[in-house]
Design a protein around this ligand. Structure first.
Ligand SMILES: C[S@@+](CC[C@H](N)C(=O)[O-])C[C@H]1O[C@@H](n2cnc3c(N)ncnc32)[C@H](O)[C@@H]1O
Length: 244
């Protein structure tokens, strides 16, 4: 196991990237799900989309060996800068890229739309793709394009860990009862908690999301519903695990 004691946590002013909570514990929990349920091995190649300030990278610093590798990209400049300066110099197989993609919350001045963005990686490069609390900040055309790009850069044995706010009969009923932490408003296939800041929290009609997975050559291995809707659960957002 590699020594990570020299790596300090990111400073508090970057916590906007993950909304607070226990940075190390939550990251470890997400990666444990990948190990337990997706047979994620220590020599695999990982793509972390919307990597923020490296919440998922931290547990991987210890887990991935020299044959494995990590690429993260994000539109939030300060998060990528911190990771590049504090992680990559010690761990050369961990790379972080800043991509200038429009997002009302994280990069409102960027010109490129997520719906048109081509990931800067070759076809069939990765074994595992992670999106933790990222599609919960993106619009329908954006996630359609990202799923198509994930299909391209993921190999034939690839797996995906992705979180959502999935809107289904049960979550709608719980919202009506005031049990959910979000009061989502419907706009076609997507829902937003705040119509004035639509990308702050975005939910998706569950069947719409499931159809998209199938269209982009993914099978649903498991859905681990989160407690955001008011159900009892160990995770906050809904975790969807996909295989080929
Ligand atoms: C709530 S944070 C989660 C960060 C990280 N995944 C984690 O678990 O700590 C959402 C992240 O998604 C990034 N993001 C939003 N839209 C994006 C896009 N179109 N492409 C890449 N990153 C995006 C934001 O900049 C932000 O860092």
């Amino acid at each position: 196991m590699r020594d990570v004691t020299n790596i300090v946590d990111p400073p508090e002013d970057l916590h906007i990237c993950f909304g607070g909570g226990d940075f190390r514990k939550i990251g470890q929990k997400m990666i444990a799900v990948c190990k337990d349920k997706l047979e994620f091995a220590s020599d695999e190649k990982v793509l972390d989309i919307g990597c923020g300030v490296g919440r998922l990278a931290f547990p991987l610093l210890e887990y991935l060996n020299e044959s494995g590798g990590y690429e993260g990209f994000d539109t939030f400049p300060a998060g990528v800068k911190w990771c590049s300066e504090n992680i990559t110099p010690e761990f050369s197989n961990f790379n972080f890229k800043q991509v200038d993609i429009f997002n009302t919350t994280y990069n409102p001045y960027a010109q490129t739309k997520a719906s048109e963005f081509i990931f800067p990686y070759e076809d069939n490069t990765f074994d595992l793709v992670l999106l933790n609390s990222v599609f919960t900040h993106m619009m329908p055309d954006d996630i359609i394009n990202y799923l198509s790009e994930i299909d391209r850069v993921l190999n034939d044995n690839g797996r995906v860990f992705v979180t959502f706010f999935l809107i289904n009969k049960e979550s709608l009923e719980l919202m009506d009862l005031g049990k959910s932490v979000h009061d989502f408003h419907k706009f076609g296939v997507f829902y937003t908690a705040d119509p004035k800041e639509p990308m702050d929290a975005v939910g998706y009609d569950e069947q719409f999301a499931f159809n998209l997975f199938e269209k982009h050559n993914f099978k649903i291995k498991e859905v681990m519903y989160g407690n955001w809707s008011g159900i009892k659960s160990g995770n906050h957002q809904d975790i969807v695990l996909l295989t080929r």
